[in-house]
Design a protein around this ligand. Structure first.
Ligand SMILES: NC(=O)c1ccc[n+]([C@@H]2O[C@H](COP(=O)([O-])OP(=O)(O)OC[C@H]3O[C@@H](n4cnc5c(N)ncnc54)[C@H](O)[C@@H]3O)[C@@H](O)[C@H]2O)c1
Length: 305
């Protein structure tokens, strides 16, 4: 593994990557391993809808990393239980002594239009994507707090950010991860723990039917440079979300329109001013709720001068 001195390196960094036995997670693992990180390749090895268990995918990616001259171990625990998350982090500590980076990437799909949703379809998807991120990140975060260093990258989706037909379970879990990202960014700031998210679009087993031939323009390896940058020591931001696909990178943000202010207004006033309320030609982007509170205070109790 040859590297130039100017490259962004990950020497002495330990990274847990969930769902790294295939698809995007495998590419993230290879990218970080090539740059010197020691990797826990976690993958349950089930089907796209989260059924079954196999050691093969995680072992295979470890073999690929070792063939590149990198260091990695396999872990096949499920992210979807507290014990699984604990075991994943324990395997990192046992093999490499610590954890510096968590990339929450494991995922499954169980699509159904909402009127056909069942508790079982809801729970399985929320358990892997949303609870799975909690269960894996929590034990790792405690270690990161202790040592004042951590980088966490979560995987959200435009299915939640924008709303995709047939994916109420998945979309809700994925947008839940944006809230998770922002709260952790806020809480982790004082301890040099940075938490960001990607919303990828790429051809994997999850999307190959959906994209058809267009999928060939969206290689899974095109996602990993952004993930690696967000996992790097030098990353300057926290709490942000990036759209990444086939060589394209952009930032998603939550904006609040300038809005309309009229104390004592009626229902009819809301109707009559609805365009002004919704007008997105001017907007604010707040880092946290105190930003909005300041805006509100400025409107509700303007200073004399
Ligand atoms: N491919 C896309 O266009 C796209 C778009 C938006 C979001 N995503 C997200 O990116 C992530 C990676 O997806 P992908 O496209 O590479 O699909 P993928 O199916 O190839 O990868 C997901 C991996 O997660 C593993 N996994 C599933 N449940 C697990 C569990 N409980 N514990 C541990 N591992 C588990 C699977 O075995 C699989 O290897 C997912 O979170 C997905 O929702 C992908």
């Amino acid at each position: 593994m040859e590297r130039h001195m100017a490259d962004l390196g990950f020497d002495n960094k330990v990274a847990i990557i969930t769902g790294a036995g295939g698809g995007l997670g495998r590419q993230h693992a290879l990218e970080l391993a090539r740059r010197g990180a020691r990797i826990v390749v976690n993958d349950l090895g089930g089907s796209l809808d989260g059924v079954g268990h196999a050691d093969g995918p995680a072992d295979q990616v470890v073999a690929e990393i070792e063939a590149l001259g990198g260091e990695a171990i396999a872990n096949t625990d499920s992210v979807a239980t507290p014990e699984g998350g604990e075991a994943i982090v324990a395997s990192a500590v046992e093999a490499f002594g610590t954890v510096d980076i968590v990339i929450n990437n494991a995922g499954i799909l169980r699509d159904k239009t909402f009127h056909n949703m069942t508790p079982e379809l809801i729970d399985a998807v929320i358990d892997v994507h949303l609870r799975g991120a909690f269960y894996t990140t929590l034990p790792a975060y405690k270690i990161m707090r202790e040592k004042n260093y951590g980088r966490i990258v979560n995987t959200t989706s435009n299915s939640g950010l924008l709303g995709n037909f047939g994916q109420s379970n998945y979309g809700a879990a994925k947008l839940g991860l944006v809230g998770f990202t922002r709260v952790l960014a806020n809480e982790g700031a004082k301890r040099n723990i940075k938490v960001n998210a990607i919303a990828p679009v790429a051809k994997t087993r999850m999307t190959e039917e959906l994209f058809g031939a267009a999928g060939d323009l969206m290689a899974p390896e095109a996602i990993s440079p952004t993930v690696a940058w967000l996992a790097h020591e030098d990353v300057p931001v926290s709490g942000e979300v990036f759209s990444v696909a086939g060589g394209y990178v952009a930032r998603y943000f939550i904006g609040l329109t300038e809005g309309w202010f009229s104390p004592g207004h009626t229902v009819e006033d809301v109707r009559d001013n609805f365009e002004a309320i919704r007008d997105d030609s001017n907007y604010d982007i707040f880092a946290d709720p105190s930003g909005e509170l300041m805006k509100l205070m400025g409107l509700l109790s303007p200073s004399e001068d």
